[in-house]
Design a protein around this ligand. Structure first.
Ligand SMILES: *Cc1c(COP(=O)(O)O)cnc(C)c1O
Length: 394
C-alpha cells in the first residue's frame, strides 16, 4: 500500500487546471500583458481582445449576453455583490429575502450581515434528500420580498434544485432571483433565460479553470437589474466591479467555459459512470453505510456517504493517499458538524462519520477500483479495533 500516487477525489472543493486552459493563459502572462483599460496602445488592445473573447465564452455557457457578464474574483465575491447589491439597490421596494438552510456560507453569511442592517431573512428547510419545496417558497413570499436566492446544485450532497419552477414563480411575483451556480455550471445545462434567473454566480476553479476568478451574470433585459456596486474605483465592469482585470485568469476562465460547453454531455456520462461504480462498489463491500442526497436529481460527480460508527477524520487519516473531504472545504476548518447534513436530518454523530467524494474530469477508473478496496479495508479495520464505539450505535 506504500508509494501510490495520490488520488484526488475532492473535485467539489476545487479542480485541477486543465492543461488546455493553461496553454490559453500563458501568452497573457508573458506577451499580452497589457492593461485592458489602456486604450492607447496595442498591449492594451490585445489584453482587451482576450477579455472580450472570454466574456463571450462564459456568456455562451449560460446563454447570457456578453454585456451581462461581470468578472469578479470568484463565486464568493459574486454572491456578495448580488445580495448586497440588490439589498442596497432595491431597498425602497422591501427588506425581505428568502433563501435556503443548505446554501453555501457565502450566501448565509451575507444574509446574516444584511439582517444586522435591517433586512429580514427567511431560510427555508429542506427534506431528507436536500430538496426545497416550491410551495414552501411561495408561502414565504410577502409583499416586502425583494430577492430569492437558491443554489442550482449543493456543494456537499450534490442535490439539484427545481430552478425552473423557482424562476417562474419569482418572475410571476416580480421578485428578483439569484442562484449560486458554482457547482452546477459546466456540469448540468444552465440557461439563465429559460430558467428566469436574474443574477447567477459562477467561478472558474470548479470547472478546471484557475482560482481567484469568477463572474456574476447580471440580467440586462426583461427586467434590467440595477445593482449597487460593492467595490468602487475606476468604474471597470459596467461600474459594478472596479479594479484592473485579472486578464490571464479571465482568459483561462473563458477557455474552461468553452471546454465545458463542448464536453459537458460526454463528461457527465463518464463522470457519472465512475461515480456509480464507486457508489455500487462501496454499497456492496461496506456494511452499514447510508447515502446522502437525491439519488437521481444530483450532480454526476457527487457521492456523500455516512459510514456509521467510523469517524470521518480517522478514516481520512488512515488513507492519506486518497483526497476526500468531510463536508465542504469552506467550513472544514471548524469542527462543527456540517449545516447541510444537519438540515437533511443527520445526527451530529452521523455527520462526523460522513465523507464527500467528488469525481472529476481527470479521475481514472483504476483510481475508483483502488478507492473501493482501500475504504472497505480501512473501514473494516477501524470498526474491528474500536468495536465498542461501533456496536454502541447498533
Ligand atoms: C466553491 C463554491 C463557492 C465559492 O466559490 P469561490 O470562487 O471559491 O469563492 C460558492 N458556492 C458554492 C456552491 C461553491 O461550491
Amino acid at each position: 500500500m506504500t508509494e501510490r500516487a495520490p488520488i484526488y477525489l475532492d473535485n467539489h472543493a476545487t479542480t485541477p487546471v486543465d492543461p488546455r486552459v493553461v496553454d490559453a493563459m500563458l501568452p497573457y502572462l508573458t506577451t499580452f500583458y497589457g492593461n485592458p483599460a489602456s486604450r492607447q496602445h496595442g498591449f492594451g488592445w490585445r489584453a482587451e481582445a482576450g477579455v472580450q473573447k472570454a466574456r463571450r465564452q462564459v456568456a455562451a455557457l449560460i446563454h447570457a449576453e456578453e454585456n451581462e457578464i461581470i468578472f469578479t474574483s470568484g463565486a464568493t465575491e459574486s454572491i456578495n455583490l448580488a445580495l448586497k447589491g440588490v439589498a442596497e439597490g432595491y431597498r425602497s421596494r422591501g427588506n425581505h429575502i428568502v433563501t435556503v438552510e443548505t446554501e453555501h456560507h457565502a450566501v448565509l453569511g451575507t444574509c446574516q450581515t444584511l439582517e444586522r442592517v435591517g433586512f429580514s431573512v427567511t431560510r427555508l428547510a429542506v427534506d431528507r434528500n436536500g430538496h426545497v419545496s416550491v410551495d414552501d417558497l411561495e408561502r414565504a413570499i410577502t409583499d416586502r420580498t425583494i430577492l430569492v436566492s437558491v443554489m442550482v446544485a449543493n456543494n456537499e450532497i450534490g442535490t439539484l434544485a427545481p430552478i425552473d419552477a423557482i424562476g417562474k414563480l419569482c418572475r410571476e411575483r416580480g421578485i428578483l432571483f439569484h442562484s449560486d451556480a458554482a457547482q452546477a455550471v459546466g456540469k448540468v445545462p444552465v440557461d439563465v433565460r429559460s430558467m428566469n434567473v436574474d443574477l447567477l454566480s459562477l467561478t472558474a476553479h470548479k470547472i478546471y479553470g484557475p482560482k481567484g476568478v469568477g463572474a456574476l451574470f447580471v440580467r440586462k433585459s426583461g427586467p434590467r437589474i440595477f445593482l449597487a456596486p460593492q467595490i468602487e474605483g475606476g468604474g471597470h465592469e459596467e461600474g459594478l466591479r472596479s479594479g484592473t482585470l485579472n486578464v490571464p485568469g479571465i482568459v483561462g476562465f473563458g477557455e474552461a467555459a468553452a471546454l465545458a460547453s463542448l464536453e459537458m454531455d460526454h463528461e457527465r456520462e463518464r463522470v457519472g459512470g465512475l461515480r456509480d461504480k464507486l457508489e455500487d462498489g462501496l454499497v456492496s463491500r461496506v456494511e452499514d453505510i447510508a447515502l446522502n442526497g437525491d439519488r437521481t436529481e444530483r450532480l454526476s460527480g457527487n457521492l456523500s456517504i455516512t459510514f456509521r460508527g467510523v469517524k470521518a477524520d480517522k478514516l481520512i487519516m488512515d488513507m492519506k493517499e486518497i483526497a476526500v473531504s468531510t463536508g465542504s472545504a469552506c467550513s472544514s476548518a471548524s469542527p462543527r458538524p456540517s449545516h447541510v447534513l444537519r438540515a437533511i436530518g443527520l445526527s451530529d454523530e452521523d455527520s462526523h462519520c460522513t465523507i464527500r467524494f467528488g469525481v472529476g474530469r481527470f479521475t481514472k477508473e483504476d483510481e475508483i477500483d483502488y478507492t473501493i478496496n482501500r475504504i472497505a479495508e480501512v473501514v473494516g479495520r477501524i470498526r474491528k479495533t474500536s468495536p465498542t464505539q461501533y456496536l454502541a450505535l447498533s
